[in-house]
Design a protein around this ligand. Structure first.
Ligand code: HEC
Length: 169
């Protein structure tokens, strides 16, 4: 009888929420080798998850931007991606062939001729800057719609195709 009472008391203690939560099983998930927020030093990042070596392609002005190096070599894929994006975002004004004779361009202020020496002699970073932040005078900025990578692909298209097009000779 005495034992039974002990068992019942023990059971009630274990089953009551207060005691149950104090038992090791309720916090053994908490004690684990993971890192707590704000713990210093921060654990090393495993290789290849979030890139930490690249630098953002931010330039405070056109002169700084001109020094940026195009991270994408002008491969066929890059130029193709650039062609697609150019046709969506730029051709309306600059025209399919880059001559500045797109339908909107004809009604708007005449856009720059992208095939001519003025644009073709510009560093990649300068053209990249124009796409993201707008032209010298009134060309709107396309940074909201054209992500960083695509700006460089468009540059490769402008240089690689318009720069070498027969129109340019
Ligand atoms: C709404 C019409 C319009 C669209 C769309 C447009 N441009 Fe322009 N662009 C212009 C006009 C107008 C100029 C000349 C005046 C200026 O520089 O603001 C110009 C100038 C330029 C220049 C020469 C800037 C300089 O250095 O003087 C480049 C390069 C250029 N555009 C590239 C592009 C590219 C690439 C796109 C697509 C992402 C594009 N433009 C979309 C109207 C447009």
């Amino acid at each position: 009888m005495k034992n039974r009472v002990r068992y019942i008391i023990a059971f009630l203690l274990i089953a009551s929420p207060g005691t149950a939560l104090a038992m090791p099983w309720s916090w053994d998930m908490y004690i684990q080798p993971s890192n707590r927020a704000q713990k210093f030093p921060a654990p090393p990042t495993p290789d290849g998850i979030v890139p930490t070596t690249g630098k953002p392609f931010y330039a405070k002005d056109r002169i700084e931007a001109a020094k940026l190096k195009n991270p994408f070599p002008p491969t066929a894929e890059s130029i193709e991606r650039g062609r697609e994006r150019y046709n969506i975002f730029c051709a309306t004004c600059h025209g399919d062939g880059g001559k500045g004779d797109g339908l909107v361009g004809q009604k708007y202020v005449t856009p720059a001729d992208l095939t001519g020496p003025y644009v073709q002699s510009k560093p990649d970073g300068d053209i990249y800057f124009t796409v993201g932040y707008g032209g010298m005078a009134i060309m709107p900025a396309y940074g909201d719609s054209v992500p960083v990578e695509d700006r460089w692909h468009i540059v490769n298209y402008i240089k690689g195709v318009f720069g070498k097009s027969a129109n340019n000779k």
